[in-house]
Design a protein around this ligand. Structure first.
Ligand SMILES: C[S@@+](CC[C@H](N)C(=O)[O-])C[C@H]1O[C@@H](n2cnc3c(N)ncnc32)[C@H](O)[C@@H]1O
Length: 215
């Protein structure tokens, strides 16, 4: 069984060093967004990517999915906090967004799922992002089926996860998948890898894969 993240270690998701070794910009770059897509942040945690994604989707939306009600609640509070920090009072006394933060917040939907069922129709995700999740769900067929079900025929799945290389930080490599194992999982889902970045190329400690449904 994949090694599940313990919500009491939430501080690890907030480690500022992540911005150096796993820059949000480079993760989002894998998705090649145009701004009007529906993107599922599967295993969103407390939202390392969620609000940046919403900001990158001025005409789209983000569906942030997690099995942990605790982490999702924290994510909701953070989104709400961001929205109110971005709000100002107009001359008529009405509260409105000053920098788009409230609007970005409104483009995020939070979904708690304990059974890998996401209440979206088949083929409704233009893109799915799975960061530090693959080692947790690789042997969970219901999760993999749900990801595949959600993807549009032309959609893309971006996977970024800790590599089995020697590294000074991160979870023990024994709990992780090798790049070949990760690719075998996407292949088994009927997806073809269109970009593969071993650790040490795009990210120092993580591999990244972009996979799309086979025609
Ligand atoms: C290591 S955390 C990464 C969180 C976030 N993606 C990030 O990069 O900060 C993995 C997250 O995936 C969630 N998760 C694991 N298996 C899941 C599943 N089958 N369905 C939904 N969420 C899941 C965990 O609850 C946890 O929040």
């Amino acid at each position: 069984m994949g090694h599940k993240f313990d919500p009491k270690n939430v501080a690890r998701l907030d480690d500022p060093a992540r911005l150096d070794y796993q820059p949000v910009r480079d993760v989002l770059g894998l998705l090649e967004l145009t701004g009007d897509e529906t993107v599922v942040d599967y295993g969103a945690g407390v939202g390392y990517l969620t609000l940046p994604l919403a900001a990158a989707l001025p005409r789209g939306r983000v569906v942030a999915v997690d099995m942990s009600a605790e982490l999702l609640e924290e994510l909701g509070e953070r989104l709400h906090g961001q929205a109110s920090r971005g709000a100002t009072r107009g001359t008529d006394g009405a509260t409105r967004a000053s920098d788009g933060a409230a609007a970005a917040d409104e483009r995020v939907e939070l979904v708690h799922t304990a059974d890998n069922r996401v209440p979206l129709p088949d083929g409704s995700a233009d893109a799915i992002v799975a960061v530090n999740l693959w080692h947790e769900i690789y042997d969970e067929p219901a999760a993999l089926d749900e990801l595949r079900r959600l993807l549009t025929p032309g959609g893309r799945l971006a996977i970024v996860d800790w590599a089995t290389v020697e590294r000074p930080i991160g979870p023990t490599a024994a709990h992780m998948l090798s790049l070949d194992q990760a690719l075998a999982v996407t292949d088994g889902m009927g997806l073809a890898a269109t970009a593969v970045h071993p650790a040490g190329s795009l990210f120092p400690y993580h591999y990244a894969i972009v996979a799309r449904p086979r025609a």
